[in-house]
Design a binder for this molecule. Structure first.
Ligand code: OOG
Ligand code: NI
Length: 464
C-alpha cells in the first residue's frame, strides 16, 4: 500500500493566491502599482527598523509577507455559497466569523474563508471575504422575484472545478497536475466578465434597488472585487498612494496610528469604471459598471473579547459624534484622542488581558528546565525573563471597516439603511456548515503555546 503523492492544501492555496494576483494585475493595472508601492514601503520600514525584521522573521511572518493578501467576492444564492465553501475547502480555507453588514446599509452577510492553523497561516494566509446577498432585505417583491429568476439561470462554477472538488472530497487530495487544473478552473469563477447577463433596463432597475444588487446579479460570476496586500506602515503607504497618483480614500479605516498596532487598518482606492456590454445592446449602447477597487492593509494584534469590546466602544464614540461616519475633517485627531484610553505598551496590553499572545521559552527559560519553574504563574515567568510573549496577529476583518470600504466603493450619495439584523443561523444553513469562532481560534493558539511552555519547563520528552 502506498498513498498517492497528493499536494498539500497549503500548496494548492498558494498556487491559487498567485494565480489570482497575476490575473488581477492584468485586469486592474493599478493593483500592480499597489504591489510595488507596498514592497517599497515594507523594505523601507525593515531597513529603518532591524529589530522589527528580526521579530517578523522569528514569528514566521517575514516569509509570508510578500505573498500575503486577501480578496473579496459577493455571491447571489445559498447554493453558490455552499459550493464555494467546498471549493475553498480544497485549498485549506475554512469559514471563520460572521459579519452582518446590514447595519451599514449593505444587504449582505459574510464570512472569511482562511487557513486556521499556525503552520498553514505561516505558509500562506490567503483569505477571501465572502458575502451572500440577502434577498429578504429587499422590500420590493417584484424586484426580489426578478433577481431570483436571474440568479437561478447562472452557474458560476465550471463543471471540471466541481468534478475535481468531488474527487478531492472522495480521495482526500489532488495530484500536482490536478491541482494546477483545479486552480485554472476556479480562476474562471473569479474572472471579470464585461458582458452583463441582462439588458440595460434590467441593470438600471436593479442598480436603482441597490448598487450592490446590480453587481451581484447582472454578471456571469462573482468577479473578485479587490485584492489587498499587507503593508508594515499604512500611513506611509497612504501618503505614497497619493504621491503616485492612486486616488486613495480620505480616511484610514480602523484604529489610529499606534506604537503597538491592533486589529486591522485599511485604505483603498476608488472603484474602476469599467465598460459593460448589455444583452441586446448594440456596440454603441455600452454602459459602465463600478465595482472593482484596490486596497492596502496593515495588520496588528488579535484582541480578546475584552479588548475588542474596548475597541468597539472607543470607535463608536468617535463615529457617533461624527454623523458622517468616518468622513469627518479632523476625524484622525479625534480617533487618536479617543484611543488614548487603549494601552499602547505591549506588557500593559498583555497584563490587562486585551490581546492574545503566543508564549515561548527564552534562553533563561531553557536553562531553567526541570527546576520546578513550570508551576509558576505565567506573569511571574514573563517578569522573570523565562518566557517571552509575542502578540498573535489578527487574521480576520472588521465589519465597520468593511462597511466603510463597501460604501466608498459603491459610490453614490444614497445611504440605504436596514435595521441591524443578524441572521447567522440562516447564513450557516446556506453555507452548509457552521462558521468558526475567531476568538476561540486565537484563544486556542494562546493556550497551546502556554501548555507547550509548561511542558518544556517540566522537561517532558516530546518538547525537549
Ligand atoms: C468586501 C469588503 C470587505 C475588507 O477588507 O473589509 C473587505 C466587499 O466589498 O465585497 O474586503
Ligand atoms: Ni478588503
Amino acid at each position: 500500500m502506498h498513498t498517492p503523492p497528493f499536494v498539500s492544501t497549503d500548496e494548492i492555496r498558494s498556487r491559487f493566491s498567485k494565480a489570482m494576483s497575476d490575473m488581477y494585475r492584468q485586469e486592474v493595472p493599478q493593483y500592480g502599482t499597489l504591489l510595488e508601492l507596498v514592497a517599497d514601503v515594507n523594505a523601507a520600514v525593515m531597513q529603518g527598523n532591524p529589530g522589527l525584521a528580526g521579530q517578523l522573521a522569528q514569528s514566521g511572518e517575514l516569509e509570508r509577507l510578500d505573498v500575503e493578501r486577501h480578496g473579496a467576492i459577493r455571491l447571489g444564492t445559498p447554493a453558490e455559497l455552499a459550493n464555494m465553501r467546498r471549493i475553498f475547502g480544497v485549498m485549506g480555507m475554512l469559514p471563520v466569523g460572521y459579519y452582518d453588514l446590514s447595519v451599514a446599509g449593505v444587504p449582505v452577510h459574510s464570512t472569511a474563508f482562511r487557513p486556521i492553523s499556525d503552520a498553514a497561516l505561516t505558509r500562506n494566509p490567503f483569505r477571501v471575504f465572502t458575502s451572500l446577498l440577502r434577498l429578504e432585505l429587499i422590500d420590493n417583491a417584484a424586484v426580489r422575484a426578478e433577481i431570483e429568476a436571474i440568479l437561478s439561470r447562472r452557474n458560476i462554477f465550471t463543471e471540471r472545478a466541481l468534478e475535481l472538488t468531488r474527487q478531492f472530497e472522495a480521495t482526500g487530495g489532488l495530484l500536482s497536475s490536478e491541482a494546477d487544473e483545479f486552480v485554472a478552473e476556479v480562476r474562471e469563477t473569479f474572472r471579470w466578465h464585461s458582458e452583463a447577463t441582462v439588458g440595460e433596463d434590467t441593470y438600471h432597475r436593479l442598480h436603482q434597488a441597490h448598487r450592490l444588487i446590480a453587481d451581484v446579479a447582472c454578471f456571469k460570476g462573482p468577479h473578485i472585487n479587490h485584492l489587498t496586500p499587507r503593508t508594515l506602515d499604512i500611513d506611509a503607504a497612504q501618503a505614497e498612494m497619493l504621491k503616485r497618483g492612486v486616488g486613495a480614500k480620505d480616511v484610514i479605516e480602523g484604529p489610529p496610528t499606534r506604537k503597538c498596532p491592533i486589529l486591522l487598518r485599511q485604505t483603498s482606492f476608488k472603484a474602476l469604471e469599467e465598460r459593460v456590454a448589455f444583452v441586446g445592446a448594440d456596440s454603441s449602447a455600452q454602459g459602465t459598471h463600478t465595482a472593482r477597487f484596490g486596497e492596502i492593509e496593515q495588520r496588528g494584534m488579535a484582541l480578546t473579547g475584552k479588548g475588542r469590546a474596548l475597541y468597539d466602544e472607543l470607535l463608536a464614540g468617535v463615529r457617533n459624534a461624527d454623523q458622517a461616519g468616518s468622513a469627518g475633517g479632523d476625524y484622525a485627531q479625534r480617533l487618536a484622542t479617543a484611543f488614548l484610553a487603549f494601552p499602547d505598551e505591549l506588557e500593559a496590553i498583555r497584563r490587562a488581558g486585551l490581546a492574545f499572545f503566543s508564549y515561548a521559552l527564552t534562553g533563561a527559560g531553557s536553562a531553567a528546565i526541570g527546576s520546578g519553574k513550570d508551576a509558576a504563574a505565567l506573569d511571574e515567568l514573563v517578569a522573570g525573563g523565562y518566557v517571552q510573549a509575542r502578540p498573535i496577529t489578527y487574521e480576520d476583518f472588521l465589519p465597520v471597516s468593511a462597511a466603510g470600504i463597501f460604501q466608498s466603493n459603491l459610490g453614490g450619495a444614497e445611504q440605504k439603511s436596514y435595521a441591524a439584523n443578524e441572521a447567522k443561523t440562516a447564513f450557516e444553513a446556506a453555507l452548509g456548515a457552521s462558521v468558526y469562532d475567531e476568538i476561540a481560534l486565537y484563544q486556542a493558539l494562546q493556550s497551546q503555546s502556554i501548555e507547550a511552555v509548561r511542558s518544556q519547563l517540566r522537561g517532558d520528552a516530546n518538547h525537549a
